[in-house]
Design a protein around this ligand. Sequence first.
Ligand code: BMA
Length: 326
Amino acid sequence: MRIINEKDIPNIPFEECPKGCLDPVWRYSGNPLIKRNPAGSLSRVFNSALVPYKGAFIGVFRAEDRTGVPHLYVGRSADGLSIEFEDRPIVFVDEEGNAAESHYQYDPRLVEIEGAYYVTWCDDFFGPALAIAKTTDFRKFVKYPHPFLPYNRNGVLFPRKIGGEYVMLSRPSDSGHTAFGDIFLSKSPDLIHWGENEHVMERGWEWWNLTKIGAGSNPIETDEGWLLLFHGVTNTCNGFVYSFSGALLDRERPGKVLFRCRDYLLTPEKDYETSGFVPNVCFPTSALVDARTGRMAIYYGSADTYTSLCFSYVDRLVGFIKERSR
Ligand code: BMA
């Protein structure tokens, strides 16, 4: 199996699989990576995204201060483990440099396409809706017009144009704690005009993703297809439970699902996943891959309180998804 278009990240955060463990992914021994009240006025940092940057790492982090309102902060890290956050949230601007403010921003994803970095997140646009911004230096973030009408969440861009167009996964929703949801795909020549919509994946018959699903981390290209992590939600008498799994999408027609794992890869089991502001949440938003070794570091929000980390190898994960495919 070949990994395509990813970089060598010799300093990727990584731990080998514990002896005897047969699981497709394994948790970082230092979890949760970002604990409560990690810096200044920030109380909870979770559902966030990192990329390799100038030999180190940089990311866009969902952080809440004591108002409880989420905003996006830039964070820097030499090792992908210990993160320094900026004091103030990102101020997004429009093409003319005017502040393009919204009341809240959450659940960022981050990809590099042709040398620029693109953040997608859930923005307040008369309710939750997707937003996109471009940066080249992580200082100036230029916001595009909202790609879709509200309500929508979980916008994940593919890290290259496919068939000459930008491609984004999304999850149309409602204005609250949506009790439904499938993954759709849209295309754009310029990140402004979106269309050619396709339905990609519906919520599952497997009980862990019976209620809704949403695209998770940046897709990883392999010669077997795009490796996509997605979260899946079940409803219980005590509320939603968020687990995650993986699928392989066709490389040139990413609306086509080649394999979809019927088992979850990770489900809330540890205290920092089962207990917190929102109990029982494992929510993947970012995956780093070292092209040379296939090592993977997956960042996931746990219990809407912490940022956690788990690991795998791309070929091990792809093998598991294929073996346990529906
Ligand atoms: C979703 C989003 C996520 C959150 C999850 C669990 O709807 O709001 O940010 O992690 O619910 O509360």
